[in-house]
Design a protein around this ligand. Structure first.
Ligand SMILES: [Zn+2]
Length: 209
């Protein structure tokens, strides 16, 4: 029995990093031609390159894309309710219960490319362990390229929250809050840079070299 227990422990220890290493992503889009789909794929690739560069094992999985999902309406309603109260929520306040349509989805990170012109945000699903996140990306306000660039940064920024990063004071960094992305310089990757503190935090949270 003791050997079995030790073996089980070793199996669990071996399995834990692997299980934690890949965050599955479900990407819900209103149409197959939505420009934010490409932005999302780019942001995910960018994150995986940054995580690899940090020696962190965590990766964002290849997203499962669903167009015109039947649960989109319920998720849009929930997104609107959250966005309306996101600045007014005191810590620990009662918050709207996530709909079953959201909690029953099988993904660590659910990204809704919203039809609404609301604030983009990342929301940890309450009382869910291990943590899962609901990421909402606002509709693109204008078809010009500038806004598409903003949405690319917005997706990368929100996914940064979903892997544990918080805002920093640098308005030109990826995890800026508040942000001034229109005046910010992208680095060679085409994205806004991480700060040194972001890098330290990622290694602390996910383990690195
Ligand atoms: Zn943010």
């Amino acid at each position: 029995m003791r050997i079995t227990a030790i073996t089980l422990l070793l199996v669990l220890q071996g399995a834990l990093p692997a299980a934690a290493a890949q965050r599955s992503i479900l990407l819900l889009a209103p149409t197959a031609s939505d420009a934010r789909l490409e932005a999302s794929h780019e942001a995910i690739s960018h994150w995986n390159a940054m995580l690899a560069d940090l020696g962190v094992e965590t990766r964002l999985g290849t997203p499962q894309v669903v167009v015109e999902s039947p649960v989109a309406r319920a998720l849009e309603n929930y997104a609107r309710r959250i966005s309306q109260r996101i600045f007014r929520l005191p810590a620990g306040a009662a918050e709207p219960r996530p709909p079953d349509e959201l909690t029953s989805l099988d993904a660590d990170i659910v990204v809704l490319l919203s039809r609404q012109d609301i604030m983009s945000f990342t929301w940890p699903m309450p009382k869910v362990d291990p943590p899962r996140y609901f990421v909402v990306i606002r509709s693109v306000r204008s078809p010009d390229r500038d806004d598409a660039m903003v949405s690319r940064h917005v997706v990368a920024h929100e996914l940064g929250h979903a892997i544990g990063l918080v805002h920093n004071a640098d308005p030109h960094a990826l995890m800026c809050g508040p942000c001034q992305p229109l005046t910010a310089e992208s680095d060679a990757t085409g994205f806004l840079p991480l700060t040194d503190l972001d890098r330290v935090r990622l290694v602390e949270l996910h383990g690195g070299r």
